[in-house]
Design a protein around this ligand. Structure first.
Ligand SMILES: CC(C)(COP(=O)(O)OP(=O)(O)OC[C@H]1O[C@@H](n2cnc3c(N)ncnc32)[C@H](O)[C@@H]1OP(=O)(O)O)[C@@H](O)C(=O)NCCC(=O)NCCS
Length: 146
Protein backbone atom coordinates (compact mmCIF):
# COMPACT_ATOMS: atom_id res chain seq x y z
CA UNK A 1 0.00 0.00 0.00
CA UNK A 2 1.32 3.48 -0.86
CA UNK A 3 2.15 6.04 1.82
CA UNK A 4 -1.13 7.70 2.88
CA UNK A 5 0.27 11.23 2.89
CA UNK A 6 1.32 10.88 -0.76
CA UNK A 7 -2.05 9.48 -1.78
CA UNK A 8 -4.69 11.67 -3.41
CA UNK A 9 -8.06 11.52 -1.62
CA UNK A 10 -10.72 9.47 -3.39
CA UNK A 11 -14.48 9.74 -3.30
CA UNK A 12 -16.26 7.51 -0.80
CA UNK A 13 -18.88 5.23 -2.36
CA UNK A 14 -21.51 3.01 -0.78
CA UNK A 15 -19.22 0.08 -1.64
CA UNK A 16 -16.83 1.41 1.02
CA UNK A 17 -19.17 0.25 3.81
CA UNK A 18 -17.09 -2.86 4.77
CA UNK A 19 -14.12 -0.75 5.91
CA UNK A 20 -15.73 2.59 6.72
CA UNK A 21 -18.36 1.26 9.12
CA UNK A 22 -15.83 -0.33 11.53
CA UNK A 23 -13.51 2.67 11.20
CA UNK A 24 -16.37 4.99 12.14
CA UNK A 25 -17.10 2.86 15.22
CA UNK A 26 -13.39 2.96 16.13
CA UNK A 27 -13.41 6.76 15.90
CA UNK A 28 -16.77 7.56 17.52
CA UNK A 29 -17.91 4.42 19.37
CA UNK A 30 -21.23 4.31 17.50
CA UNK A 31 -22.69 3.44 14.10
CA UNK A 32 -22.08 5.69 11.09
CA UNK A 33 -25.16 7.73 10.13
CA UNK A 34 -23.68 9.29 6.96
CA UNK A 35 -22.78 6.62 4.41
CA UNK A 36 -26.40 5.87 3.50
CA UNK A 37 -26.88 9.50 2.47
CA UNK A 38 -24.11 9.92 -0.07
CA UNK A 39 -26.35 9.11 -3.03
CA UNK A 40 -27.69 12.64 -2.45
CA UNK A 41 -25.48 14.93 -4.54
CA UNK A 42 -25.31 17.52 -1.74
CA UNK A 43 -23.15 15.11 0.26
CA UNK A 44 -19.48 14.78 -0.66
CA UNK A 45 -17.19 12.33 1.09
CA UNK A 46 -13.52 11.48 0.61
CA UNK A 47 -11.04 9.00 2.01
CA UNK A 48 -7.32 8.35 2.01
CA UNK A 49 -6.09 4.75 1.73
CA UNK A 50 -9.11 3.52 3.73
CA UNK A 51 -7.45 5.06 6.80
CA UNK A 52 -9.22 8.40 7.04
CA UNK A 53 -12.58 9.83 5.97
CA UNK A 54 -14.39 13.16 5.71
CA UNK A 55 -18.10 13.77 5.00
CA UNK A 56 -19.43 17.16 3.94
CA UNK A 57 -22.80 18.64 3.01
CA UNK A 58 -22.73 21.50 0.53
CA UNK A 59 -25.57 23.90 -0.19
CA UNK A 60 -24.86 27.14 -2.05
CA UNK A 61 -21.96 29.05 -0.50
CA UNK A 62 -21.96 26.97 2.70
CA UNK A 63 -20.27 23.68 3.43
CA UNK A 64 -20.98 21.74 6.61
CA UNK A 65 -18.10 19.53 7.67
CA UNK A 66 -20.20 16.67 9.06
CA UNK A 67 -17.62 14.21 10.29
CA UNK A 68 -13.96 13.37 10.07
CA UNK A 69 -12.01 10.41 11.42
CA UNK A 70 -8.61 8.79 11.16
CA UNK A 71 -7.54 5.23 11.94
CA UNK A 72 -5.86 5.16 15.39
CA UNK A 73 -2.67 3.70 13.91
CA UNK A 74 -2.21 6.55 11.45
CA UNK A 75 -3.10 9.59 13.58
CA UNK A 76 -0.74 12.54 14.02
CA UNK A 77 0.65 12.03 10.51
CA UNK A 78 -1.28 14.79 8.78
CA UNK A 79 -4.14 12.75 7.29
CA UNK A 80 -6.95 14.84 8.79
CA UNK A 81 -5.18 18.03 7.69
CA UNK A 82 -4.86 16.59 4.20
CA UNK A 83 -8.59 15.80 3.96
CA UNK A 84 -9.73 19.19 5.28
CA UNK A 85 -7.36 21.00 2.93
CA UNK A 86 -8.71 18.87 0.09
CA UNK A 87 -12.24 20.09 0.87
CA UNK A 88 -11.01 23.71 1.14
CA UNK A 89 -9.07 23.47 -2.14
CA UNK A 90 -12.17 22.22 -3.97
CA UNK A 91 -14.37 25.02 -2.60
CA UNK A 92 -14.86 28.25 -4.54
CA UNK A 93 -13.55 31.55 -3.16
CA UNK A 94 -15.91 32.96 -0.56
CA UNK A 95 -17.22 29.56 0.51
CA UNK A 96 -17.94 29.32 4.25
CA UNK A 97 -17.22 26.04 6.00
CA UNK A 98 -18.94 25.28 9.31
CA UNK A 99 -18.49 22.49 11.80
CA UNK A 100 -19.35 21.59 15.36
CA UNK A 101 -17.03 19.75 17.68
CA UNK A 102 -17.43 18.50 21.23
CA UNK A 103 -15.89 21.10 23.55
CA UNK A 104 -13.53 18.58 25.23
CA UNK A 105 -12.18 17.21 21.91
CA UNK A 106 -8.82 18.96 22.17
CA UNK A 107 -7.23 17.03 19.29
CA UNK A 108 -9.95 18.07 16.84
CA UNK A 109 -10.16 21.67 18.10
CA UNK A 110 -6.37 22.07 17.78
CA UNK A 111 -6.56 20.61 14.28
CA UNK A 112 -9.29 23.01 13.15
CA UNK A 113 -7.58 26.04 14.72
CA UNK A 114 -4.30 25.12 13.07
CA UNK A 115 -6.02 25.09 9.68
CA UNK A 116 -7.59 28.49 10.33
CA UNK A 117 -11.10 27.80 11.66
CA UNK A 118 -12.41 30.33 14.17
CA UNK A 119 -14.70 29.66 17.11
CA UNK A 120 -18.06 31.35 16.71
CA UNK A 121 -20.40 29.98 19.39
CA UNK A 122 -21.16 27.26 21.92
CA UNK A 123 -24.23 25.04 21.63
CA UNK A 124 -25.03 23.99 25.18
CA UNK A 125 -26.09 20.35 25.55
CA UNK A 126 -25.91 19.73 21.79
CA UNK A 127 -24.66 16.11 21.88
CA UNK A 128 -27.15 13.86 23.67
CA UNK A 129 -25.51 10.84 25.31
CA UNK A 130 -27.04 7.40 25.83
CA UNK A 131 -26.85 7.90 29.62
CA UNK A 132 -29.11 10.95 29.44
CA UNK A 133 -26.36 13.54 29.81
CA UNK A 134 -25.46 15.99 27.07
CA UNK A 135 -22.17 17.55 25.94
CA UNK A 136 -21.59 21.06 24.66
CA UNK A 137 -20.56 21.74 21.06
CA UNK A 138 -18.17 24.41 19.84
CA UNK A 139 -19.26 25.83 16.47
CA UNK A 140 -16.35 26.83 14.24
CA UNK A 141 -16.15 28.46 10.83
CA UNK A 142 -13.67 29.05 8.04
CA UNK A 143 -14.06 31.35 5.05
CA UNK A 144 -12.11 30.59 1.93
CA UNK A 145 -10.34 33.67 0.69
CA UNK A 146 -7.70 34.38 -1.94
C1 LIG B 1 -9.07 14.53 15.48
C2 LIG B 1 -8.44 13.63 14.42
C3 LIG B 1 -9.36 13.60 13.18
C4 LIG B 1 -7.06 14.20 14.01
O1 LIG B 1 -6.54 13.44 12.93
P1 LIG B 1 -4.98 13.40 12.60
O2 LIG B 1 -4.81 12.84 11.23
O3 LIG B 1 -4.27 12.72 13.70
O4 LIG B 1 -4.60 14.96 12.61
P2 LIG B 1 -3.31 15.65 11.95
O5 LIG B 1 -2.17 14.67 11.97
O6 LIG B 1 -3.68 16.23 10.63
O7 LIG B 1 -3.01 16.78 13.03
C5 LIG B 1 -2.97 18.16 12.73
C6 LIG B 1 -2.94 18.96 14.02
O8 LIG B 1 -4.08 18.64 14.84
C7 LIG B 1 -3.74 18.73 16.24
N1 LIG B 1 -3.83 17.40 16.84
C8 LIG B 1 -4.03 16.22 16.22
N2 LIG B 1 -4.08 15.21 17.13
C9 LIG B 1 -3.90 15.79 18.33
C10 LIG B 1 -3.86 15.27 19.66
N3 LIG B 1 -3.99 13.95 19.91
N4 LIG B 1 -3.69 16.14 20.68
C11 LIG B 1 -3.56 17.46 20.46
N5 LIG B 1 -3.60 18.02 19.20
C12 LIG B 1 -3.75 17.18 18.17
C13 LIG B 1 -2.30 19.21 16.26
O9 LIG B 1 -2.33 20.64 16.27
C14 LIG B 1 -1.78 18.69 14.92
O10 LIG B 1 -0.66 19.41 14.47
P3 LIG B 1 0.83 18.91 14.89
O11 LIG B 1 0.92 17.49 14.38
O12 LIG B 1 1.73 19.86 14.19
O13 LIG B 1 0.88 18.96 16.38
C15 LIG B 1 -8.21 12.18 14.95
O14 LIG B 1 -7.57 12.26 16.22
C16 LIG B 1 -9.49 11.37 15.11
O15 LIG B 1 -9.92 10.67 14.18
N6 LIG B 1 -10.13 11.44 16.31
C17 LIG B 1 -11.37 10.69 16.58
C18 LIG B 1 -12.55 11.23 15.78
C19 LIG B 1 -12.75 12.72 15.99
O16 LIG B 1 -12.70 13.23 17.11
N7 LIG B 1 -13.04 13.43 14.87
C20 LIG B 1 -13.33 14.86 14.88
C21 LIG B 1 -14.77 15.08 15.21
S1 LIG B 1 -15.22 16.77 15.09
Amino acid sequence: MSEPLNTKPERILKDDAPWIKPLYVECFGKEDPWLERIADSKYEAFQVNKQAFIFTYIVGDQTDLLTLGVNKNTRKQGLATKLINWVIDRAPLGQKIFLDVECQNTAAINLYKKIGFESISIRKGYYQQDDGTALDALVMAYKKSA
